[in-house]
Design a protein around this ligand. Structure first.
Ligand code: SIN
Ligand code: CO
Length: 373
């Protein structure tokens, strides 16, 4: 069976999109039959000590829930056995682990523009983050160990007040399964769920999606416009009449200022430019490091010819018509749509000999850390 159909339990991606995506849950037994996870517990806990790793520790205490944010030291974690249940969640594993980036490529039947990140959770037996819902679509892929998932189509999404975590006040499980390594559960946005590590320690990989809210897009578009605004003129009133009420805003001033505001203009091209930049903008905490050492230009060309190149795991490259955007900036590389399309779709280029502007452009992005050999 094709890997995509196996991943979706025998469904074609078209069938999945039509019947399930954003509509209803799908349980897939053996979605990736050989999957046992991408990282061991010890390495994951060590990783939470890094400054550039986003992690959270959730503990179930006697009187409720506690939440703390990384970086963590080993002694910040409660005992692995015999204590109260806890779980640690690490965001953007795909930025730190090439295998995690490769796993996300299996979900390329969905647009890269919708993909957010790969999160991984480690839980001691009985650990979890409580019954909740997420605003986004998610595929929950079971790694090491087992997790009991309970889900509910309930529309009562009221949260418990006063908690550091979003926990549903009333959770009524309608279906439940124990997921084993390689099993996967897809949940559409706002579908209530509750997962508990069962029978031992457990690691779950969440392939998460993103979808901006109207408020977010509108606000960010206004910021974009503001950065580019350059309107001429200053309010003038050579015909000013003696005011009856000095405290009143003159009618002429009111309409003049309104006309100024009316000079703010945008069209579809400007909106498309904003959207390209917005969707590829790295998150605030993401930064790129140049390779160590940076190969000289001719050696780089040789490596490209022998082994190709790929986008750095945190890089985002998207396009609309012939406009390409990489990490928040438009790409200025005329006549190279085929090359850029391959890089955007596959997140890599197969080995090739290049020269002139395309080679220079790739070299500069490599030297910035946006591309890796
Ligand atoms: C987890 O892996 O513990 C939580 C994932 C989720 O519920 O979204
Ligand atoms: Co969730």
């Amino acid at each position: 069976m094709l890997a995509e159909k196996e991943l979706l339990g025998g469904l074609t991606p078209e069938h999945f999109l039509r019947e399930y995506w954003q509509k209803k849950p799908l349980l897939v037994r053996g979605a990736i039959p050989e999957f046992r996870g991408l990282i061991e517990r010890a390495a994951l806990l060590r990783m939470t000590g890094q400054e550039d790793v986003t992690s959270r520790l959730v503990r179930q205490t006697q009187n409720g829930w506690s939440l703390s944010h990384g970086p963590f030291r080993r002694r910040d974690f409660p005992p692995l056995q015999g204590g109260q249940p806890w779980t640690v969640l690490v965001q953007e594993l795909n930025h730190h682990l090439p295998e995690a980036d490769a796993l996300l490529q299996r979900f390329a039947f969905l647009p890269h523009a919708r993909l957010d990140d790969l999160m991984v959770s480690y839980a001691v037996p009985g650990g979890g983050v409580g019954p909740h819902f997420d605003s986004y679509d998610v595929f929950l892929l079971q790694g090491q160990g087992h997790r009991r998932w309970q889900i509910s189509s309930q529309t009562d999404l009221e949260l418990m007040p006063g908690l550091p975590l979003r926990i549903l006040k009333h959770f009524h499980a309608e279906q439940e399964w124990v997921l084993a390594p390689g099993d996967m559960l897809y949940l559409p946005p706002s579908f209530a769920h509750h997962g508990i590590a069962e029978g031992g320690e457990c690691m779950t990989y969440s392939i998460g999606f993103r979808a901006p809210t109207t408020q977010e897009i509108a606000t960010q578009f206004l910021v974009y416009l503001q950065d580019r605004l350059d309107l001429p003129g200053i309010h003038a009133d050579p015909d000013l009449k003696l005011p009856e009420h000095p405290g009143e805003i003159p009618a002429g001033m009111m309409s003049g200022l309104m006309e100024m505001i009316g000079q703010i203009r945008w069209d579809r091209q400007i909106m498309a430019d904003f959207i390209g930049r917005y969707l590829t903008e790295p998150k605030a905490h993401v930064y790129f490091e140049p390779p160590e050492p940076v190969l000289p230009h001719d050696q780089f060309a040789g490596q490209l010819a022998s082994s190709g190149i790929r986008l750095a795991p945190a890089s985002r490259l998207l396009f609309h018509q012939a406009h390409f955007y990489l990490n928040g900036e438009p790409v200025d590389l005329p006549g190279q749509s085929a090359l850029l399309t391959e890089l955007a779709d596959q997140r890599r280029l197969t080995p090739r000999r290049l020269k002139d502007t395309a080679l220079d452009w790739l070299y500069d992005r490599y030297a910035e850390g946006f591309l890796v050999l």
